[in-house]
Design a protein. Structure first.
Lengths: 422, 422
């Protein structure tokens, strides 16, 4: 019998990523938007790969998630997840690296005989939300946080409703929450992903263990002053709404730096928005993120206080409207430790970092399943774009690290007596 | 023979303003856009008023300006000007107050017999530039600064070219500069206008003498950084193009205050402009104005320097593109003195202030004609809007002050021996 290492072929993962790219991408990048024909092509291709694995049962759940299950000595399950869907004109790694690295790990485990615990690969349906603007569809259904009524009438740009689009791919929206059954015996969840940020590249490290996903406070802030002629209105008589935006933008950045989070003003709109008029109304988006709920709350409070102070200084009115929020979701401490060890074993050195973007792992963790993620370095920190890239040697390292982590997690689960899922 | 005061009827001006409003306005305000049918209606109405004045010859010049000429003992001319055209949904005073107050003054002078100098009322064509985006059409033709090739192919929102639109109103574009002949004997130019700003209202004064029109430096400034994910990009790794805009906006305001000018950022555009992305490119308009050319040049230089300093701080690139400029146009010192005296005589107190907006007076002054303007208080500083307003008692004072100024200017011109236009 070959060594465990000998059964794993990380270069096969790189080859399979390229095979998938050729099958479902074009000159503008990946085109595997969930609940569209090319996504179905990718799914069929993945099912073909899973069918070759001895002892692996394959099915699609009520929310459209695809599961490959290798029964083990225990019903307790180790889950390895990812998503094969992409944004339009997407990169060749976001989501599908996770699935294909998981496939390779499952292939290695299956080849080694019946494992101590059940091992399942899951390809979540519609992580990106690219067609209907609702991300994490499949994983939130499995976690039980999806509300079918909230998404039923979401439409794509052609006016097609979500409820009708998913039906074409075997998902009856009103039964989607039945996917919760899939997590019944889940005892650990692992997800590998490209970082989609610049941190690991900046540190010169191939991989990092993810501490959790940031909590997010997302707001629309509007300052109202008085539109006035840019020539006839002396500076002292102005109520320049853009003054509120400029000062609050700089304040938000300082607040983020002070608390070790991130704070972004991504869009500013000026009204009337002409060269010859002082801005009468200015609108800005504010997106605050932190891994710690308390720190996030302080950041939000300080930003509110700053806006009130600035409004007085600038003789403006200010209004806040929350457009979205999610609490921080910390990953499991023991799994983070194991992820760190797996990375050190494969790469020599590891690093712990939070995840700014959300991932399916956040939904699984919210559902109470001990969870961790591995990040592999992104070149230039760019994602959701055809130039998204990661060095092939780093991709191979990441497959090895996921495999090492899976091995550790299986041992951990087999050792636990009164853990969840037993 | 009645006194001079007795011949002047400022309340008639108020009545005529209301008559014109009823004839050419609707529930949304004034609709006398130049080179459109309602403008022609206003013009015909004005011609009817001028036709009632004894000894006044009326004609339209090659650029579409309407002249009413009362021959005097000398060919040297005192000009009183304004514009009967309005923006769409405009106010009841902007432009036509000048014309109708001038009409009343001309009426008074004509009734008093042959004046010492020739007195001419001019209704400039298309001061606002509302249809084709080119303001001061008629006065710039008379001043010789209009370049027909620059405006020929300007189109309105229906695709009609300026050259064709003006032809319908008797203006052959290639001959428009023949209007320069109208200024041949011009020895002084007077224009009354609503302030369109808050200064006089703030000071509690009905009127002010205008020192000249601001010079303007108008630029489009673009900062370029790197678009990046708002969650995955730590603050220290960002190149936030909006940081350039926010800091430069605040710097421009400080520069304007320091030099006693005005500086406005009226429009900001963010790209990609979404809540989840650090701004990769941000564009801002900058409009700097000052009455002193040297101070304006310093303001511009300081703003450029600030942008370069900010670009280094924020790790951005910055590019400037000048979109428009005009030098400051100071009015005539002796006429400013006379304007001040006329205002004090009528209102008890005067004030000297620059004009932020441009006016036809700027073109006439550029052509070398000694020029001054009178401002009458605007309520709330608002113009180009149906809520534009001025107290009726202030309108009446302004007609009296224009009359007193015209009388002084006639005496001044008659007294001059070797002055321009003799």
């Amino acid at each position: 019998m070959p060594t465990i290492e000998g059964l794993l072929s990380p270069s096969r993962t790189v080859a399979e990523l390229k095979e998938l790219r050729a099958l479902t991408g074009d000159e503008n990048g990946a085109q595997r938007v969930a609940f569209t024909p090319l996504w179905a092509v990718a799914r069929k291709w993945l099912r073909g790969k899973l069918a070759e694995l001895p002892g692996v049962e394959v099915h699609q759940d009520a929310a459209g998630n695809l599961w490959g299950t290798l029964g083990g000595a225990s019903e307790r399950c180790l889950l390895i997840g990812g998503h094969i869907d992409s944004v339009p004109n997407g990169g060749w790694l976001d989501g599908c690296l996770n699935v294909l690295a998981g496939l390779e790990v499952l292939r290695r485990i299956a080849a080694a005989g019946t494992p101590a615990v059940t091992v399942r690969l899951v390809d979540w349906a519609d992580e990106e939300g690219a067609r209907f603007g609702r991300s994490l569809f499949g994983s939130s259904a499995a976690a039980g946080t999806l509300l079918p009524a909230d998404v039923r009438n979401l439409t794509d740009r052609d006016g097609v409703k979500l409820v009708d689009a998913v039906a074409e791919y075997g998902v009856e929206l009103d039964r989607a929450l039945e996917a919760r059954a899939e997590l019944r015996n889940a005892a650990a969840y692992l997800e590998l992903h490209i970082e989609q940020g610049p941190v690991l590249e900046h540190l010169g490290l191939p991989m990092g263990a993810v501490l959790g996903t940031f909590g997010v406070e997302r707001h629309l802030v509007t300052f109202t002053g008085q539109a006035a002629h840019s020539g006839s209105t002396p500076m002292a008589h102005r109520r320049d709404a853009l003054g509120g935006v400029s000062k609050l933008h700089l304040a938000v950045r300082e607040i983020a730096v002070r608390h070790g989070g991130v704070g972004t003003v991504g869009r500013v709109v000026t009204r009337p928005g002409i060269v010859t008029a002082v801005v009468g109304e200015a609108e800005m988006t504010i997106d605050l993120r932190h891994l710690d709920a308390g720190a996030l709350a302080v950041m939000f409070r300080e930003a509110r206080e700053a806006s009130a102070r600035i409004a007085v200084e600038e003789k403006l009115e200010v209004a806040w409207r929350r457009t979205w929020e999610i609490p921080p979701i910390p990953f499991h401490p023991e799994l983070i430790e194991m992820a760190d060890e797996a990375i050190r074993e494969v790469c020599g050195v590891s690093h712990r970092l939070p995840s700014g973007p959300l991932h399916d792992a956040a939904e699984v963790a919210r559902a109470g399943v001990p969870t961790v993620m591995l990040f592999v370095q992104s070149l230039r920190g760019i994602s959701h774009n055809k130039i998204e890239d990661t060095r092939e040697e780093h991709i191979e390292l990441s497959v090895r690290a996921l495999d090492r982590l899976a091995e550790r997690a299986m041992g951990w689960l087999a050792y636990q007596k009164d853990a969840p899922g037993t």
